[in-house]
Design a binder for this molecule. Structure first.
Ligand code: TRP
Length: 328
């Protein structure tokens, strides 16, 4: 229907061009979408790529009907404001903001440009929306709420004697601060002592990890972007200390961690595209509920890590239909 009326319009325009120099520019101008991420790590790249391929599925042709401006803040929150202000200068039709720090920077531009955030663990805690059901304003998105309870319960199943858990994170990430709170609650209700280790960059995180690893029965990091960018080095520290390292996302298992219970981020990327599509078709961002991914979880276990520490999985995990062994 829409196509038809466009054709009629361009036909009209064509004959008008001859007469009065009518420009059909308005009709063919591609939509502009600014896509930003705080850093480049496996999971955020997966989200970005599946977002783009779903957009294509939905009929947005890169370079024809849509133009992307991809930006990466290289792990520096201070770069995000310049990125967002560039998106505004380019008169973007929508901003896709991947991960919490990105979304927080994008939110300042939401009055001018609709913002769809992607993979924000706690959108309310990060101050992005008032409520998940009714975001309000000009912003909505997808959330990868971390199932902290299930991950620590898994750690306890693998090692029923688990008494101390080292929680490694960047205190500058609101997503990790929310998850720390949940982990503290779960641990204190379950007789586990939680010991914190923080760092704002890899150098600091590595030294915190080394101290922590000597003191605890297991380590845990939520889906912290700074940690996720340095999984190889951090998991080596845990491995050398001969303790399991639980993490908050499948990609962090892929990149060296021991195990997690988590979602499929390709699906989350696709849903982000569906939301952008709705908004480009006229829906108001603030009227679209935040989509929280917390069902259909898999257990991800790193086979090499397991073998190296001679960890045996209890039968109920081994027999779980949702177990995915990575590296097998
Ligand atoms: N949920 C994170 C945030 O709120 C972003 C994220 C998505 C992430 N997937 C991840 C972080 C994997 C670490 C690992 O910012």
């Amino acid at each position: 229907m829409k196509k038809k009326s466009l054709n009629v319009l361009s036909a009209l325009c064509l004959s008008a061009t001859v007469l009065a120099g009518c420009s059909s520019n308005e009709e063919t101008k591609p939509l502009k979408i600014g896509v930003a991420q705080i850093v480049s790590h496996t999971s955020l790249n997966t989200i970005r790529d599946s977002f783009v391929s779903q957009m294509e599925e939905l009929g947005y042709k890169d370079g024809e009907t849509v133009e992307y401006d991809f930006a990466d803040a290289a792990g520096q929150p201070s770069n995000l404001n310049a990125i967002m202000s560039q998106f505004a200068d380019e008169e973007s039709d929508a901003i896709v903001a991947i991960a919490t720090p990105t979304a927080q920077a994008a939110a300042n531009y939401a009055e001018e440009i609709p913002v769809v955030f992607s993979a924000v663990s706690d959108p309310v805690g990060a101050g992005l929306v008032q409520s998940l059901d009714k975001p309000g304003g000009n912003i909505t998105g997808t959330s990868d709420e971390v199932q902290i309870d299930q991950i620590i319960a898994l750690a306890k199943q693998v090692n029923p004697d688990l008494k101390t858990l080292g929680f490694l994170y960047n205190a500058g990430e609101a997503n990790s601060v929310s998850n720390l709170k949940k982990a503290k609650e779960y641990c204190s209700a379950n007789g586990i002592e939680l010991i914190e280790g923080t760092g704002k960059d890899m150098t600091e995180l590595q030294s915190s990890a080394s101290v922590l690893a000597e003191k605890v029965d297991a380590m845990f990091s939520p889906n912290d972007n700074t940690v996720a960018s340095g999984m190889a080095a951090l998991s080596k520290i845990a491995l050398d200390a001969k303790i399991p390292y639980y993490v908050g996302a499948d990609s962090m298992v892929q990149d060296g961690g021991f195990a997690t219970v988590g979602i499929n981020y390709e699906e989350l990327g696709r849903e982000t595209a569906n939301m952008v599509d709705e908004i480009l078709k006229g829906e108001k961002a603030g009227d679209i509920p935040v989509k929280v991914f917390k069902d259909g979880l898999n257990i991800y276990v790193n086979k090499a890590y397991m073998d190296q520490l001679n960890i045996t999985l209890p039968d109920e995990i081994k027999d779980d239909d949702n177990l995915i062994m990575i590296g097998e």
